[in-house]
Write a protein that binds this ligand. Structure first.
Ligand code: ATP
Length: 384
């Protein structure tokens, strides 16, 4: 097990039509020994390229990758002591499960047959696939194939696991089961792990920290709760969380933010954070919007319900400041699943001052994040 350091790494591809493509741009991340780091971002943001550079499947244009004390830039993939798990499983079709799992060890180590057998047995036990050892991949379900692929990474006993959307091909139920199983195994083995995904739930629930990439540029590295409640910029605020944070681009007029649809009276703390910025984006998460308030407060607004999206445990209510418009701009408020609401109805919503985020519209940097008196308590609860 070892610390993994990405030190100012850049990857540039040359494309005949598009010229230079900077897929990964000066990214630095220190991943602690035994840490589970989730690398997340929209399609094409450079997640897989970053992982492939660590695995040795892609050369590094600039920067240094260190595993433990050693710089691994020029090491071949098989010399790196990392084990990669792909979305496509990448099993050898003509080999049995046992052969798939032992092949890498036979090729790259001088372990005895007995030692290899012992590792394969232990790893198949961990993955619950002891009964499948003599089958070939074509005789396995997708979920079983993914277990074999994970087992094959585990037998290697590598310094680091590199996982590229390993659960993406599984159905929702199996995926959620494998999520918890993988977390448990990673914790038991204590192997430093980078896990690439674009799945919100995986990003929020699986890792110790999340690293968010956009356009090859690292946006923020933090615990899931830090990234959710204390985003460093507009991109992270909008990317982390489903449904997304609502944004309103507004002008500063004295102590108020003004938009075509509504005005927002700022507190002293809000006003101080804004400084001389004149164009501000106000952000508020759907679950922070109070629905059905009495309408007497200064942060209460009358809105029309446009669409309701029932999700069982809760409902996403799409509401608008301009109900009469043919194609109204809407934002989302989340209410409990048992609460009734009807499209076309007028309701009052509240934007509590302690729950809003403010961003500089020009630079997209965060000016102010919501108050978090309880974040320590929340973290303690999730760790138990
Ligand atoms: P996805 O979630 O869709 O898999 P990603 O975040 O993993 O996306 P990458 O596959 O790392 O993204 O790609 C990052 C950028 O680099 C994209 O613009 C992609 O088109 C480009 N790219 C990746 N591989 C190559 C290549 N071999 N040649 C040219 N451009 C490439």
């Amino acid at each position: 097990m070892a610390e993994l350091q990405l030190d100012h790494i850049t990857k540039t591809f040359h494309d005949d039509d598009e010229g230079e493509i900077v897929a990964v741009d000066d990214v630095s991340i220190d991943i602690a020994d035994g840490e589970f780091l989730i690398l997340v971002g929209p399609s094409g943001c450079g997640k897989s390229t970053t992982l492939r550079m660590v695995a040795g499947l892609e050369s590094i244009t600039e920067g240094e990758i260190r595993l433990g004390e050693a710089v691994i830039n020029d090491k071949r993939p098989q010399e790196r002591d990392t084990a990669m798990v792909f979305q496509s499983y990448a099993l050898y079709p003509h080999m049995t499960v046992r052969e798939n799992m032992s092949f890498g060890l036979e090729e790259s180590t001088d372990l005895s047959d007995e030692a290899i057998d012992a590792r394969v047995t232990e790893s198949t036990r961990m993955m619950g696939i002891e009964d499948l050892l003599d089958r070939k991949p074509a005789e396995l379900s997708g979920g079983q194939q993914q277990r074999v692929a994970l087992g094959r990474a585990i037998v290697r006993e590598p310094e680091a696991f590199l996982m590229d959307e390993p659960l993406a091909n599984l159905d929702a139920k199996l995926r959620s089961q494998m999520r918890t199983e993988l977390q448990r195994i990673q914790e038991d083995l204590g192997v430093t792990t980078i896990y690439v995904t674009h799945d919100q739930t995986e990003a929020m629930t699986m890792g110790d920290r999340i690293a968010i990439l956009n356009d090859g540029i690292l946006q923020q590295v933090g615990t899931p709760l830090e990234c959710y409640h204390e985003p460093e910029n507009l991109f992270v605020a909008g990317f982390i969380g489903e449904p997304s944070m609502n944004f309103f681009e507004m002008r500063l007029e004295g102590d108020r933010l003004v938009d075509d649809g509504f005005e927002y009276a700022l507190t002293e703390a809000h006003r101080e954070s804004i400084g001389t910025t004149d164009r501000v984006v106000l952000g508020i998460r759907p679950e922070d919007i109070e629905v059905g308030v009495d309408g007497s407060g200064s942060h209460h607004y009358e809105v029309g319900i446009d669409v309701i999206e029932p999700r069982g445990d809760e409902n996403n209510v799409h509401v608008t400041f301009e109900p009469a418009a043919a194609d109204p701009e809407t934002f989302v408020a989340t209410i409990g699943g048992m609460r009734q609401a009807t499209p076309g109805e007028t309701i009052t919503v509240g934007f509590p001052p302690e729950a809003i985020h403010l961003f500089d519209a020009a630079t997209e940097r965060t000016l102010h994040n919501r108050s978090l008196e309880t974040i320590e308590d929340v973290e303690v609860v999730t760790q138990q």
